[in-house]
Design a protein around this ligand. Structure first.
Ligand code: NAP
Length: 228
């Protein structure tokens, strides 16, 4: 399939590599491809994009608008605050009714670590995106774990951990559940459909506890597991 990955950070890099290895045509979307390809500053997590790109020359890098135009599905892996600006750079008409798989979190680092959420309780970033682009089929998923686990859930010894999906379009959610299984190895019973896009408030608000667990466990290699 033709897939756009919005985001040059570790999450975008992880999805781009995993999906290209599966044989998909992947294009990474960014604000300025020339700037991104030469970016040498080390991010908080992962490699500078220039280092990663030197090892992945087969993966195209384009503007957000060009990447969207070439693709059926968009993975939104931008910084939370950059999500709406990235989509604005594409525009409502070009976005149309594409499927947007949204793995972002609305983290606000302005007051230091750990970050807080810039939207919460009565709203969520996923809803802001859906409201701004009513035709876009937004499915929020995988934002409650680190990106290594998103694309390789079986790497955890206890395989019964959980992914969530939220979205207004039942068919889009079923499509995404299928991709989670087919592309990344999630088992159907590991994926809980929480309901409409407002349920993303719940998963985005898991981030404050995820961040404390990260501190307490001294690793990001863990996940939530729901038991009844
Ligand atoms: N790290 C994880 O394992 C993990 C787990 C769960 C969820 N998440 C979420 O995944 C997302 C990506 O995280 P990350 O660490 O890979 O990257 P990040 O540093 O949060 O975001 C980098 C991307 O955001 C884009 N961006 C920033 N400001 C922008 C703006 N104003 N307009 C347009 N684009 C903008 C950057 O564009 P340029 O390429 O142009 O610089 C870059 O592509 C975040 O929302 C994060 O909360 C991360």
């Amino acid at each position: 399939m033709k897939l756009a990955i919005f985001g040059t950070g570790i999450v975008g890099q992880t999805f781009a590599e995993a999906l290209a290895k599966k044989g998909h045509t992947v294009v990474i979307g960014t604000r300025d491809p020339a700037v991104s390809k030469t970016r040498a500053d080390k991010p908080f997590y992962g490699e500078p994009f220039s280092v990663w790109y030197a090892q992945h020359r087969d993966i195209a890098v384009a503007t957000y608008a060009e990447a969207a135009a070439q693709s059926e599905i968009i993975f939104n892996c931008t910084n939370g605050a950059g999500s709406l600006p990235a989509l604005e750079a594409v525009g409502a008409e070009a976005l149309g009714n594409k499927l947007l798989i949204d793995v972002t979190n609305p983290l606000d680092f302005s007051k230091g670590m750990p970050p807080s959420l810039f939207v919460s309780n009565t709203d969520s970033l996923a809803e802001q995106i859906q409201r701004a682009y009513p035709k876009l089929r937004v499915v929020k998923t995988l934002n409650t774990m680190n990106c290594g686990l998103m694309v390789n859930p079986r790497s955890l010894k206890d395989g019964n951990h959980t992914a969530f999906v939220s979205g207004n379009d039942a068919a889009a959610k079923a499509q995404v559940k299928g991709y989670l299984t087919e592309w990344f190895g999630w088992k159907g019973e590991q994926v809980i459909d929480l309901g409409d896009i407002t349920t993303a408030r719940g998963t985005e608000q898991l981030l404050p506890i995820w961040l404390r667990l990260f501190g307490a466990l001294n690793t990001g290699n863990f996940n939530f597991a729901i038991v009844k």
